[in-house]
Design a binder for this molecule. Structure first.
Ligand code: CDP
Length: 222
């Protein structure tokens, strides 16, 4: 039996995770935030005092690092070595660390194996950077969600503010951080952020959440 797998890729602040969550909720299927898994990996290295640029040190710690994601009442709980780190992985420091660690092929291979396992066993909406291009390329449901860098920076600042994590950043600083992260994500050699030819392009700059969700929902092939 094959399951309904929906891939939603895009850069930071594009609205992909909001859209993915709404769709999973409306359709009553699982939502998997793959970025949270890279974030948990980064948190582990930061906690161990490992410089993520030191690939050898990261690889040494990799076999001792277990990341696991589970869905509880529609909310993803992300575990690092058995500890719920869901709220600890949203800081700007971990965001940067996640992009840096995501460059390392061995890290990706370990996490992609977990993601594919979930896709083989359940209907799922996954959001990330390489879902349609690498994790589940066979799916007929691929979406590439984006928005202008300034709009994405506004959304991210609002999100951080709501979580009490704004750290006095200006809009321009946030935009520059996001653009720098886009560059790392799009230019890595292994499974970069990319729009595949068969993905539906969704520019959410001038869309409300409801509009973006409807746009995607109408294009899902069941
Ligand atoms: O929420 P935001 O878009 O800021 O980031 P995220 O989706 O939580 O992902 C954090 C980082 O993990 C990204 O900048 C990517 O470098 C990496 N990532 C990835 O490489 N592949 C994925 N499938 C998901 C995330």
């Amino acid at each position: 039996m094959s399951y309904l797998n929906i891939a939603i890729d895009g850069p930071a602040g594009s609205g992909k995770s909001t859209i993915a969550k709404h769709i999973a909720n409306k359709m009553g299927i699982l939502y998997l935030d793959t970025g949270a898994m890279y974030r948990a990996m980064a948190l582990k290295m930061l906690r161990c005092g490992i410089d993520i640029a030191d690939t050898a040190a990261v690889l040494k710690e990799l076999p001792n690092t277990e990341v696991f994601a589970e869905n509880q009442n529609g909310t993803q709980i992300t575990y690092l070595d058995g500890e719920d780190v869901s709220s600890l992985i949203r800081t700007p420091e971990v965001s940067k660390g996640a992009s840096d660690i995501a460059v390392i092929p061995e890290v990706r291979i370990k996490l992609v194996a977990l993601q594919r396992n979930i896709a083989e066993k359940s209907d799922v909406v996954m959001d990330g950077r390489d879902i349609g291009s690498y994790v589940i390329p066979q799916t007929a449901n691929k979406f590439f969600v984006t928005a202008s860098p300034l709009e994405r920076a506004k959304r991210r600042l609002k999100e951080l503010n709501e979580k009490g994590l704004s750290l006095d950043k200006t809009l321009e600083q946030m935009r520059d951080e996001i653009v720098a992260r886009d560059k790392v994500d799009s230019s890595r050699s292994f499974a970069p952020l990319t729009q595949t030819e068969d993905a539906v392009f969704v520019d959410t700059t001038d869309m409300t959440i409801d509009e973006a969700v409807s746009y995607v929902m109408e294009r899902i092939k069941k």
